[in-house]
Ligand binder design. Structure first.
Ligand SMILES: [Zn+2]
Length: 217
């Protein structure tokens, strides 16, 4: 390989060469269509976790999904305070410019962010030393209370409950955005909660009426 000092880069470049061979060259027409614009109909909000790539799980082609990934697939509430609102910017673009028809929030099993929300192990740490994660996962502080009361703060049952509660919180927060609320009301936009169980590779969809996640057959 070319970079003896960086096996990580070598791995990326080997993958890039496979992509050029199998993903780029045989689909030049599709790439040509996408050159000027994109028209994805779906937005997915997923965790940054390396095991839950939406493009892989949903087996999509380039141009089909607009994706935001962050720690624990969280959507913050609509806020206009100073700061850099990356998720809000992506939502604004997807909903108002791309006019996606569906937003899917996909939580997942064994989520480190949700675990941090549950244990609060990082509370009180400095930014850069865990503080950013702790502050971000503070988005789940309210949802954590009933989970910890019912299941405690450790173990898979509690963690899974926290992971699934996180999806519901993100959906609730999506609805604090006026444009999203309006479009959902008029039927232009649908919001969907999903959960990918890493243990068995099964996707679950949230039934918002019952609050339960059911496996997709
Ligand atoms: Zn995660």
């Amino acid at each position: 390989m070319n970079n003896p000092d960086s096996p990580e880069l070598d791995q990326l470049l080997a993958g890039y060469r496979r992509f050029r061979e199998h993903g780029w060259t045989p689909r030049l027409e599709r790439w040509k269509e996408l050159r000027e614009s994109q028209e994805p109909r779906i937005m997915v909000i997923a965790c940054s976790d390396s095991r839950v790539d939406p493009a892989e799980i949903f087996d999509t082609d380039p141009g089909e999904m607009f994706v935001v990934r962050n720690v624990a697939a969280m959507v913050p509430p609509f806020e206009t305070n100073p700061g850099h609102h990356g998720v809000s910017a992506a939502l604004e673009f997807a909903v108002q410019v791309l006019k996606v028809k569906e937003i899917v929030v996909m939580g997942h099993g064994m989520c480190g962010g949700c675990k941090a929300a549950l244990t609060q192990d990082l509370k009180g740490t400095e930014p850069g030393e865990g503080g950013f994660i702790s502050h971000w996962m503070g988005l789940l502080d309210e949802a954590r209370k009933p989970v910890s009361q019912k299941y405690g703060t450790t173990g898979r049952v509690a963690e899974r409950a926290m992971e699934q509660a996180g999806v519901r919180v993100s959906l609730d927060n999506l609805r604090t955005f006026p444009c999203i609320r309006r479009k959902e009301r008029t039927g232009e936009l649908k919001l969907r909660g999903a959960f990918f169980a890493i243990s068995d590779g099964v996707l679950h969809l949230l039934d918002e009426a019952s609050g339960d996640f059911a496996p997709v057959s």
